[in-house]
Design a protein around this ligand. Structure first.
Ligand code: PLP
Ligand code: COI
Length: 363
């Protein structure tokens, strides 16, 4: 497809950009441009464009505003030591985005067009990709909304796909700090047959109330149990979960909840399973009860717990709190397996370790 490029007539000055890149935070600053592509039933995908970043004009009866047909993705572009820019496993995001579209009865964006849209935006806004060597990256946010006008409840016949880019700093300013997690036993995130495997805005809207309950207990994230039995750990509001079990002989095994149909299939999760096995660490995907978390800490077999996702890659979990009390894993500090896996994966992403699995997609 031929993208039309309209340059921003008033881009950020080099000084302003340097100021943003010096301390980007997460999701606070957008680059000068964005991608938009339209879909119309009968015509298909049309008018791919790179345009100046700016407000969208929406009819108030656009379907997304009423029935919530919205999906998104999140992935990072990293500056490589040779100055090139590489995306981490973008084809996985393309595939997951198509799967999310199917679940929300939205038009599926062809995976090649998804990848082309990222390449177009990166080529125009390449100066916004932070310097090589650290954890800084350019976070890309593809999303799609239903734009047909009307109040009938049915799949929209028109969609707007867009991509934003936002420089992202190291998620942890003072080094990797463990977070506390709220184990939620009343609210659930997703049920079998629902939208848990899709990355749709509605899932996050539903997570905000339990998230604020967790925040009242000074917890940064919420861990959810399965909706059917309130027994099995699914994942957190925006991270998958890993548990490190250590046997009496010191042997280490990594366990993560299996993808049982209500869990988001994290690309970091999938990558860590591979990285761990490359390092000779055994990994099992299985059901893990909430009680196993609490009991494993008490008995000492559960030695580390961490969350993983694109934004922070790996976040160690210190204390898990619940209505009945709280327990702290190990000494509450990031564990050795957590740090080893984090270093191994981030080294591949920043181009400091060989890319044995062909994960880095140079633009
Ligand atoms: N689970 C949820 C609910 C998420 O929002 C995310 C973040 O994107 C993840 C897991 C981790 O997925 P990924 O590793 O693909 O970023
Ligand atoms: C992640 O990338 O880990 C996320 O949680 C994405 C989030 C901003 C929705």
């Amino acid at each position: 497809p031929q993208f039309t490029v309209t340059r921003n007539p008033a881009p950020a000055s080099p000084q302003r950009r340097a100021q943003v890149l010096a301390d980007p935070g997460f999701g606070r600053h957008m680059t000068d441009h964005m991608v938009t592509i339209r879909y119309t039933e009968g015509t298909g995908w049309h008018d791919p464009q790179v345009v100046p970043y700016g407000p969208l004009t929406l009819d108030p009866s656009s379907m997304v505003l009423h029935y919530g047909q919205e999906i998104f993705e999140g992935l990072k572009a990293y500056r490589q030591p040779d100055g090139s820019v590489a995306l981490f496993r973008p084809e996985q995001n393309a595939r997951r985005f198509a799967g999310s579209a199917r679940r929300l009865a939205m038009a599926e964006l062809p995976e090649e067009l998804f990848l082309a849209s990222l390449a177009e935006l990166l080529s125009v806004d390449s100066e916004w990709v932070p310097a090589a060597g650290g954890e800084d990256s350019l976070y890309l946010r593809p999303f799609m909304i239903a734009t047909e006008v009307g109040l009938g409840v049915r799949p929209s016949s028109e969609y707007l796909y867009a991509v934003l880019a936002s420089p992202a700093g190291p998620y942890f300013s003072g080094g990797v700090q463990p977070m506390d997690v709220w184990l939620e036993t009343e609210y659930t995130r997703a049920a079998l047959g629902g939208t848990g495997t899709a990355k749709c805005g509605g899932n996050y809207a539903a997570s905000l109330l339990p998230q604020s309950v967790g925040a009242q207990h000074d917890c940064a994230q919420v861990a959810y149990l399965d909706a059917e039995e309130r027994t099995w750990i699914d994942e957190m509001g925006s991270n998958n979960l890993f548990f490190v079990f250590t046997g009496p002989d010191g042997a280490v095994e990594l366990a993560t909840p299996d993808l049982r149909g209500a869990v988001l299939s994290g690309i970091t999760r999938d990558s860590l399973i591979t990285v761990a096995r490359d390092l000779g660490i055994g990994v099992v995907e299985r059901r893990i009860a909430g009680q196993e978390w609490l009991g494993g800490v008490a008995s000492g077999v559960l030695t580390e717990v961490f969350g993983c996702g694109t934004a922070a890659v790996i976040t160690p979990i210190g204390t898990v709190k619940h209505t009945g009390g709280e327990v702290t894993v190990g000494d509450g500090k990031p564990g050795p397996v957590t740090l080893q896996l984090r270093e191994a994966l981030t080294a591949i992403q920043r181009g400091a370790a060989p890319d044995r699995h062909g994960w880095m997609h140079t633009m």
